[in-house]
Design a protein around this ligand. Structure first.
Ligand SMILES: [Zn+2]
Length: 329
């Protein structure tokens, strides 16, 4: 580049400032919504060199650097019983982990009635139940896998163009029989439309599953996993590394689907959470005022008051083991 020394200095200074701004931005965190199926974001204090280890129940939880602070990003299972919980944080150099207490508020999800012509998809026979069990174990292995990478590429990009439904969390009744709640987000799109990776990651599983049809699971790192279902075709294979925006397959209606659409499940520390909370541009539903403070840190010394009565909980208070509701197959 042919420019005088002063201009060159200014150029370098400008470039250095820009780089500083990019690295300072590091992560763009999801919207905190401390309800079943939501996400809780906690400030763990000024960031040192080494990332602290956070755990919720048996699972490791995501910790990312944001505005020079470490932040824990914890997924709350859809079937979590509202009440008081805690997670633990082990900071480098400290002899034992600290407890952070927080309250999970209730959230009412609507009920949806659906008719399915294929009766085996509502009441699977013994052979199918065996298959479902095997497939669930395969998916659970991916959800529970911890890949220690920094930084996690947040926020996520919508994986296919189309209208977002507000179907996450719906209590589902198939042919009059209550079944598991809807643990993903449906995006309306015609068959054949390309589906992209919402963030960089590694393809952790692909296959044709009984309920989900052609499916791709992407491990984004630190316990964050995307699952894309009902695809008409799969364009990746297990072990492939993908960048944000890479095509992984095409929209379809394979498996238990009433028509072509993309079902996108997002799992964080093995909890299926609302993918809307992680998108670039919050859509109206995500912009609604959260039912609890949007982001708060609670220290172990001053326990948060348990304002929710819960017959499943002991009087002693917070739980680290997520309490889950019983659900039908
Ligand atoms: Zn769905």
């Amino acid at each position: 580049m042919n420019c005088p020394p002063f201009r060159r200095f200014r150029f370098l200074l400008g470039a250095a400032m820009l780089l500083g701004a990019i690295t300072a931005r590091a992560a763009s965190l999801p919207h905190s919504e401390v309800v079943p199926g939501g996400v809780a974001v906690f400030d763990l204090g000024a960031a040192g060199e080494e990332r602290p280890v956070a755990r919720f129940g048996r699972n490791r939880a995501m910790v990312v650097k944001d505005s020079k602070h470490w932040k824990a990003v914890i997924g709350l299972p859809l079937d979590l019983i509202p009440g008081q919980y805690f997670f633990t944080v082990q900071k480098p150099g400290e002899d034992k982990p600290r407890q952070f207490k927080f309250s999970v508020a209730p959230k009412q999800y609507r009920t949806q009635h659906l008719s399915i012509a294929n009766k085996n998809q509502v009441d699977p026979d013994r052979k199918t139940l065996k298959r479902i069990k095997r497939e669930r174990a395969e998916m659970d292995a991916v959800y529970n896998h911890w890949r220690d990478i920094e930084p996690v590429t947040l926020p996520l990009k919508q994986p296919v163009k189309g209208e977002l439904s507000s179907s996450f969390g719906l209590r589902r009744v198939f042919n009059g029989k209550p079944r598991n709640p809807h643990s993903g987000l449906d995006i309306a799109a015609p068959a054949g439309r390309p589906v992209i990776a919402p963030a960089a990651g590694v393809i952790a599983a692909t296959g044709y599953y009984f309920f989900n049809g052609n499916t791709v699971m992407i491990d984004h790192g630190q316990g964050l996993v995307s699952m894309m279902c009902h695809l008409s075709r799969i364009d990746v294979k297990k072990g492939d590394a993908v960048k944000r925006g890479d095509v992984i397959g095409k929209v379809g209606s394979t498996g238990r689907a009433t028509g072509p659409h993309l079902h996108w499940s997002l799992s964080l520390n093995n909890a299926r959470v609302n993918p809307r909370l992680f998108l670039w541009t919050p859509k109206p539903e995500a912009e609604k005022k959260p039912e609890t403070a949007p982001e708060k840190t609670v220290s172990g010394e001053k326990p948060a008051k348990n304002t929710l009565k819960n017959k499943h909980q002991k009087k002693s208070g917070a739980k680290n083991k997520p309490l889950r509701k019983k659900t039908a197959q």
